[in-house]
Design a protein around this ligand. Structure first.
Ligand SMILES: Nc1ncnc2c1ncn2[C@@H]1O[C@H](COP(=O)(O)OP(=O)(O)OP(=O)(O)O)[C@@H](O)[C@H]1O
Length: 353
C-alpha cells in the first residue's frame, strides 16, 4: 500500500519511461518534456570518464566513434545493464527537464517491465535516488501503458494490453486495478533489428550497423501484409554496409518479402507470449477481451501488419493505442495527475525486499 505520497500538489514531480530504446519524461502539470534515445556517449581519457553527449546527440554517434569515445545504451532488455551510466543519463534528463535548475529534487515514478526481479527494481530506485530524486516509486509498464491508452483499469472488466518496446514485450490482462495474468519476454524491437543484421550477414556477406537495421525494419519490415497495407512484398530498399569478403563498402537491394521472413522468429515469440497469456486468463475476463479487444502500445507495435497478424492468430480484435510510443509515459503522467485515485498501482520502495 502506498500511503501519504504526492498528496500536496508539487509541480516538479516526474514520470519517467526509462526504456531500452527511448527515455520519456513527463512533468506534473506540464506534460511530456523529453523524448530522447537512451544513449550516452562517453569519452575515456586515461584518468577519468566524461559524458560527451546524451540522447539524440549520442545516438548519432553509435557506430561512428573513434577509439576513445564509446556510445553506450545503458539499458538492455528493459533493465539496467550499466548502473553508473544509467544514473548519469537519468541525472542529465532530470536536469534538462527542469531547465537546469540545480536544486530541484523531484519525486519520481519510473516504469519497469513487469518481469523484472526485485534486485532489478531496487537498482532502478537506487539509480533514480542517486540521480537526484527525493523519492522514487515504480509502476509496471503494462499497467502504465493501459492507463495511458485510456483503458478502465479499475473496473471489473478484462483489459488486455501488449506493449512492445525496444528490449521487452509485456503482455498483461488487467482488472480491478491489478494485473491478473501476464507474460514478459525479453524480445522487442532490438531483437527484430538483430534478426535483420543476421539475415543480411548470412545472405549477402554484408555487415550492417544496428541503426541501418532499424531503418530497414521501419521502412520495409512487416509481420504481415494485408490487402490494405501501404507496403507490398515486392517493395525494395538499397542498403549499404561493409562487404565481409573484401572489407569494402557495398550496396545491396533487399525486398520486403525477405525482411518479413527474417523477422519471422522474433515475431512468433511475441505471438506465443500473447497466446499463452490468453490461455492463462480466467474465462470471464477472456469474454471481456473478446468484446473489447487487445490494445497494442510501444514502438514495436508499429511494425507493419503486426496488429493484423495477432488478430488473425488469436481471433480477437486488436487496436493500436493512439500514441504507441508515448503511451507508457502518458500513463505515468496520468498517475501523477490523479495520484489520489491511482496511487494503488504504484510499487513503493518499502515493498521491495
Ligand atoms: N514504425 C516502426 N516500425 C517498427 N518498429 C518501430 C517503429 N517505430 C519505432 N519502432 C521500434 O520501437 C522500439 C522502441 O519502442 P519504445 O520507445 O516503446 O521502447 P522502450 O520503451 O525504449 O523499450 P522497453 O519498453 O523495452 O524498455 C525500437 O525498437 C524501434 O525500432
Amino acid at each position: 500500500m502506498v500511503m501519504n505520497i504526492f498528496t500536496a500538489p508539487f509541480s516538479r514531480d516526474m514520470g519517467i519511461d526509462l526504456g531500452t530504446a527511448n527515455t520519456l519524461v513527463y512533468i506534473r502539470g506540464k506534460g511530456v518534456l523529453i523524448r530522447e534515445p537512451s544513449v550516452v556517449a562517453i569519452q575515456k581519457n586515461t584518468s577519468k570518464e566524461e559524458v560527451l553527449a546524451v540522447g539524440d546527440e549520442a545516438k548519432k554517434m553509435i557506430g561512428r566513434t573513434p577509439g576513445n569515445i564509446v556510445a553506450i545504451r545503458p539499458m538492455k532488455d528493459g533493465v539496467i545493464a550499466d548502473f553508473e551510466v544509467t544514473e548519469k543519463m537519468l541525472r542529465y534528463f532530470i536536469t534538462k527537464a527542469h531547465k537546469r535548475k540545480r536544486l530541484v529534487r523531484p519525486r519520481i515514478i519510473v516504469c519497469v517491465p513487469s518481469g523484472v526481479t526485485e534486485v532489478e527494481k531496487r537498482a532502478v530506485i537506487d539509480a533514480s535516488l542517486h540521480a537526484g530524486a527525493r523519492e522514487a516509486y515504480l509502476i509496471e509498464e503494462p499497467m502504465a501503458a493501459a492507463i495511458g491508452a485510456g483503458l478502465p483499469v479499475h473496473e471489473a472488466t478484462g483489459n488486455m494490453v501488449v506493449d512492445i518496446g525496444g528490449g521487452t514485450t509485456e503482455v498483461a490482462v488487467i482488472s480491478l486495478g491489478g494485473i491478473v495474468t501476464k507474460d514478459s519476454i525479453r524480445v522487442g524491437g532490438d531483437e527484430l533489428d538483430d534478426a535483420i543484421v543476421h539475415y543480411i550477414k548470412n545472405t549477402y556477406n554484408l555487415m550492417i550497423g544496428e541503426r541501418t537495421a532499424e531503418q530497414i525494419k521501419i521502412s520495409v519490415g512487416s509481420a504481415y501484409i494485408g490487402s490494405n497495407s501501404e507496403l507490398s512484398l515486392d517493395d525494395t530498399m538499397d542498403i549499404r554496409g561493409r562487404d565481409l569478403v573484401n572489407g569494402l563498402p557495398k550496396t545491396v537491394t533487399i525486398t520486403a518479402e525477405e525482411i518479413q521472413q527474417a523477422l519471422r522468429e522474433p515475431v512468433n515469440d511475441i505471438i506465443r507470449a500473447v497466446k499463452s497469456t490468453l490461455e492463462n486468463t480466467p474465462p470471464e475476463l477472456s469474454a471481456d477481451i473478446m468484446d473489447r479487444g487487445i490494445v497494442m502500445a510501444g514502438g514495436g507495435s508499429l511494425l507493419a501488419g503486426l496488429d493484423q497478424l495477432i488478430s488473425q492468430e488469436t481471433g480477437m480484435p486488436v487496436y493500436l493505442a493512439d500514441d504507441p510510443l508515448d503511451c507508457v509515459v502518458y500513463g505515468t503522467g496520468k498517475v501523477l495527475e490523479e495520484i489520489n485515485n491511482l496511487k494503488n498501482v504504484l510499487i513503493s520502495p518499502k515493498r521491495l525486499s
